[in-house]
Design a binder for this molecule. Sequence first.
Ligand SMILES: Nc1ncnc2c1ncn2[C@@H]1O[C@H](COP(=O)(O)OP(=O)(O)OP(=O)(O)O)[C@@H](O)[C@H]1O
Ligand SMILES: [Mg+2]
Length: 263
Amino acid sequence: MNSCADDCPCAAMTTEKLTLHYGATAAFRDVSLEIPRCEITALIGPSGCGKTSFLSSLNRLTDLVPSCRVTGRITLGDLEVLAPDTNVVALRRRIGMIFQKPNPFAFSIAKNFALPLREHGVREHAEIEQRTEAALRDVGLWDEVRDRLRRSARTLSGGQQQRLCLARALALEPEVLLLDEPCSALDPISSAKVEDHLQSLKGRFTVVIVTHNLAQARRIADRVVFFWADESGGRVVESGPVDALFEDAIDPLTQAYVRGQHG
Ligand SMILES: Nc1ncnc2c1ncn2[C@@H]1O[C@H](COP(=O)(O)OP(=O)(O)OP(=O)(O)O)[C@@H](O)[C@H]1O
Ligand SMILES: [Mg+2]
């Protein structure tokens, strides 16, 4: 459960009646959720029910999709995320995102950190080096890469690349981390390593993770949100503390899904 210190800088998020359309088609409707600070919230549900769209709306990555329209309300602490005057660059520093497929920049490992840090105003070389090392240590990658920081990040294995992307997000000291199936492209050992590092970061960030791996959701999440889609688009069927949702779900759809009976 929530283990962060009172002065922990990370923030809670909420959504109220959040609805997202691509053109005339709703990807999801009327999603009202509380995402508690410093906890891990897992989004589960079958393919196409709007999990990625929901996640991407939280840091306004959906602004980049011309046909996409988001209505309702999202808050990050006191910030109205959807307000027209919200500074989206600053928002995305506060809310980092990791995708299913590792996406290191096609530069050296060191530059993967230096570029975003400089973009967000960190100019001192010593500080860039110190934050790079700290983030790589956080994901257990420092000893593996300390002698090859000038080599291309693309020379790393898939699992190492995903931990690099996690470290790159951590280096910006975000308050919220969004992870979209971060382990699904990885072999079981790399996947277990990423999962372990997420566990070890627990209590330092607010985490929202999409996973198709119910066992993983059960192991790492504090809260679980179950999405489902029908003719009118995706919706949240049920959400709650992880044990309640897996053992004591109220809705028959949730009960069947967590028992692996469909989806
Ligand atoms: N850029 C887009 N333009 C138009 N429709 C889209 C776009 N992205 C997603 N959709 C549609 O929105 C719906 C929700 O998609 P989304 O990718 O959010 O689902 P998901 O739950 O993440 O699925 P999966 O588990 O397969 O990743 C789907 O019907 C999808 O076809
Ligand atoms: Mg998805």
